[in-house]
Design a protein around this ligand. Structure first.
Ligand code: NA7
Length: 483
């Protein structure tokens, strides 16, 4: 389930389609996301430009011709002036290296590669992980399995999602206000469509603070709770603690078994990607839903029968679901061989952690543009994708489709420094999450996002264009296009 409202979890540029396309609930689920994308492809006759079941194996910039040569798993070599990568920032699955994982005799799944069909009726299911996906999967599976064992490392803060059917009245309001809605999204921090708060948490009396928390809890959505309640939950420790205490009081109120409640109680600041759910904590009131606190009893090994923890317990299971997330942002880049000028590999360029200028370009990798590359904005993703695609299209158009466009090391260094500075001003770096690559053992800790928000990001891009594509060298070939 996406946790962005359905009406802005889509493309903004086809206004007619925006108004006509049907969705039934506040949040779209995976089959609806896929159906929507297929619909867009068909509606705009895009399929003829696409080649499926093809993996990019390696890509090199040929300096003698100023072109990219890209090899694919089908054995094809494509030559192009520009290379635009949209490899996905959350798609390389993270399978933890747990002893004995291959000895398990039951079914093994990763949430990033969910089967088209499954039948867990009367089965004992273990879920490892309790991030956005783990919380959703646990909530959904609790009602269909015999036993559910949740292996949780760090307890998280989750608030209600507020999902439900969309009434005709609501849809009419969206349709009547679409232009203003998109304007609000583009001129906001996290681009989630709700009004972001402009008041600090401690600027109001305690009673009013609790009222605002409750109001947003009732409306639902994790990002709304983090950014719609007060404007300093992610930057001020006292404000953050107030939000933590409110959510903890809800967990204590909801989970009846004191031992389960203790294990589910978060201990960190509210500093990871905010989560929301459709009744996660309530599920632990079911006798068949169990919680194992891995910080107290870590997993020792996976056995043919299940999962063994350090207290000697062997949790016998028919199915293990890994909801262990992704090697985020650069994970899909570093497993490929991408070479820029003088054969420099992307892996080498990113030896101290992934970097870019504006989340899209890398020095020594001319004419390569990343959509949602490292150091891009931390937002609802579709509006950021559109923003970056518009920018890339504009710079290629500016170069008349034949120029060599390359960012400079200075521009990249300055952008990376800005990203670090913005992050240091937030509480996000107080939790070791995928936002910093901290979920992958051995991965270098880096600031993978720009925390200035979508509005400021778009303003920066406008300035870059106004200043004649500041931070880029644009060289026109001496002869007519060499392609
Ligand atoms: P996340 O948010 O990275 O969550 C992964 C979960 O798996 C998290 O609870 C981790 O615990 C846990 N994990 C990871 N490795 C292990 C090991 N080795 N042992 C036990 N537990 C482990 O991934 P999601 O798929 O939920 O969400 C990723 C994003 O995708 C999401 O934010 C959306 O934007 C879309 P930890 O918290 O690190 O202790």
């Amino acid at each position: 389930m996406s946790d962005t409202e359905s009406y802005i979890y889509r493309f903004s540029w086809d206004k007619e389609d925006l108004k006509e396309y049907y969705w039934k609930e506040h949040y779209v689920k995976q089959p609806e996301v896929l159906a929507y994308l297929e619909h867009v492809v068909d509606r705009h006759d895009l399929r003829k430009h696409m080649q499926f079941n093809t993996e990019l194996m390696n890509a090199s910039f040929d300096e003698s011709q100023d072109v990219w040569r890209t090899e694919t798993s089908t054995g094809d070599v494509f030559t192009s002036r520009y290379l635009i990568t949209a490899l996905g920032l959350l798609s390389k699955q993270n399978w933890p290296d747990i002893k004995g994982i291959n000895t398990f005799k039951g079914e093994l799944y990763h949430t990033g590669n969910w089967p088209k069909q499954h039948d867990f009726t009367n089965k004992r299911v273990g879920v490892i992980g309790s991030g956005s996906t783990g919380v959703q999967v646990i909530t959904a599976l609790a009602k269909e399995v015999k036993e559910l064992v949740c292996f949780q490392r760090n307890p998280q803060y989750s608030v209600p999602s507020g999902d439900g059917p969309v009434s005709q009245e609501y849809r009419d309001w969206v349709n009547a206000n679409y232009d203003e809605i998109w304007d609000g999204v583009r001129n906001s921090m996290v681009a989630f469509g709700f009004k972001e708060s402009e008041i600090p948490a401690m600027s109001v009396p305690e009673e009013e603070r609790q009222r605002i928390f409750q109001e947003n809890w009732d409306k639902g959505n994790g990002f709304r709770f983090m950014f719609g309640t007060f404007n300093d939950i992610t930057i001020d420790e006292q404000a953050n603690e107030a939000a933590c205490n409110f959510i903890k009081s809800k967990i204590a109120e909801t989970v009846k078994d004191p031992e389960k409640s203790r294990k589910l109680m978060p201990t960190e600041p509210y500093a990871r990607r905010p989560l929301c759910d459709a009744g996660y904590y309530e599920k632990f009131n079911q006798d068949n839903v169990h919680i194992v606190a891995l910080k107290e009893t870590p997993i020792v090994e996976v056995t043919p029968k299940g999962v063994k923890t350090s207290d000697g317990a062997e949790h016998e299971l028919d199915v293990i679901v890994f909801a262990t997330g992704f090697d985020a942002v650069d994970g899909n880049y570093t497993r490929l061989r991408i070479h820029g000028r003088r054969g420099e590999s992307l892996k080498d360029h990113w030896e101290s952690g992934p970097t870019s200028y504006l989340g899209m370009c890398i020095p020594n990798f001319p004419n390569m543009f990343m959509i949602t590359g490292p150091n891009g904005p931390f937002t609802n993703i579709p509006p950021t994708i559109e923003t970056q695609v518009e920018f890339v299209a504009s710079i290629i158009r500016h170069g008349e489709g034949k120029a060599v466009i390359e960012t400079t090391q200075e521009a990249e260094d300055a952008w990376v420094a800005l990203c670090r500075e913005l992050c240091e001003g937030t509480i996000f770096h107080k939790a070791p999450s995928w936002i910093f690559g901290a979920n992958i053992p051995g991965k270098k800790y880096s600031v993978l996002f720009y925390f200035g928000g979508l509005q400021k990001y778009r303003e920066r891009l406008t300035e870059v264009v106004k200043n004649h594509y500041e931070g880029f060298r644009i060289d026109y070939p001496t002869q007519e296009s060499r392609l």
